[in-house]
Ligand binder design. Structure first.
Ligand code: UT7
Length: 330
């Protein structure tokens, strides 16, 4: 009989484009202020990809770093999953472009669309495939070029988002490597219209009218999304605690999706986790959708003072609305 395995994260990586856009810069673009953005969101700056820098370029850079930290060659990867809402094109998948860029010639490739929860959804899929033995080594990437779907004249949204990519390599249990103990994913699509990019799909294919109506930009009803975010992230955290039979006091690091510092504070308070356990990067990167917790996980693995047995709770929420959580043991 095959030995039961628990999937491990054997390497991580991340990439942020060089250009930094500060709140001060935004003051000269729209009617806003550093003071408003900082107090309402916690964001101070965000990274913006170059015009000729695509989602797959950022994804490939994060992926190469993850492979290097895992000590794996691109040819050893048998599946690439990219979580993104800003693919290079509707098809082929961004995962296919990444395969070519990194030379992972033995990999199958697909993208998933679960918005900001995408990295958690992708890790859940990878965990199951590794644990059933159907795949050995999976590259999971979350990459976003949100600047390409941002209306830079809309102060309600343009101050919130940034570009970037994070990646990890998931494999069968390897001693001394962080294990993915439990995953949870869910969705409540009853208010999906509160956060969407309407144009470019089959409902509103690209036309002069869709461009005039700005349907190719991200649209969000901020205040309503805020309330949903707090409830959904609380729900995802609560469900995984029950599912894994782990108590919140056992969590050493809480890594939430970073859309707004006030959402993070509200969720942490509701689940009863103290401030010093909360990992924050919203001030330097803004909201990078699926890439947010991917970059965060790489930073937590590299910078957080973790000891063997310490548990990390990852929690995200996004358009759909989707939500999900992970418990990882160091
Ligand atoms: O990744 C998951 C999806 N995203 C989220 O989870 C984001 C969820 N929502 C939020 O983070 C917050 O709702 C926002 C940051 C988007 C907005 O904060 P808020 O406290 O909910 O503000 P609001 O939308 O209620 O707007 C308050 C005021 C409005 O002015 P009036 O109508 O009261 O005169 C806005 O026009 O602030 C105004 N405002 C701004 N003022 C200066 C909105 N954006 C700006 C801005 N600068 N950038």
């Amino acid at each position: 009989m095959r030995k039961k395995i628990t999937a491990s994260i054997i390497g991580t990586g991340s990439y942020l484009p060089a250009k930094v856009l500060t709140n001060k810069d935004l003051e000269s673009m729209v009617d806003t202020s550093d003071e408003w953005i900082t107090t309402r969101t916690g964001i101070k700056e965000r990274h913006i990809a170059g015009d000729d820098e695509y989602t797959s370029d950022m994804a490939a850079k994060a992926a190469m770093q993850a492979l290097q930290s895992a000590g794996k060659k691109p040819s050893s990867i048998d599946l690439i999953i990219v979580a993104t809402i800003t693919p290079d094109m509707l098809f082929p998948s961004t995962a296919c472009f990444v395969q070519d860029k990194i030379g992972a010639k033995n990999a199958a490739c697909f993208d998933i669309g679960a918005a900001c929860s995408g990295y958690i959804y992708a890790i859940e899929i990878a965990k199951r495939l590794v644990e059933t033995g159907s795949h050995n080594t999976i590259l999971v990437i979350a990459a976003e070029k949100l600047s390409a779907i941002t209306d830079w004249t809309d102060r309600n949204t343009c101050v919130l988002f940034g570009d970037g990519a994070g990646a990890c390599v998931i494999s069968g249990e390897e001693s001394g490597k962080p294990r993915i103990l439990c995953t949870y994913t869910g969705a409540d699509s009853s208010a999906a219209e509160l956060l969407m990019m309407p144009g470019g799909g089959t409902r509103f294919p690209a036309s002069m009218q869709t461009v005039e109506k700005k349907l190719h930009f991200l649209k969000m009803a901020g205040r309503e999304v805020f309330k949903n975010a707090v409830l959904s992230m609380y729900r995802a955290a609560e469900r995984i605690m029950k599912k894994s039979d782990i108590k919140i006091d056992e969590i050493k690091c809480f890594l939430p999706h970073q859309a707004n510092i006030r959402i993070i504070d509200a969720v942490a308070k509701k689940i009863g986790i103290s401030k010093e356990k909360v990992y924050l990067n919203v001030q330097k990167f803004g909201n990078m959708s699926a890439a947010t917790v991917a970059v965060g996980l790489d930073e937590v693995f590299k910078d957080w003072d973790l000891k063997p047995g310490d548990k990390i709770l990852v929690d995200a929420f996004g358009a759909g609305f989707t939500f999900g959580s992970l418990v990882i043991e160091w």
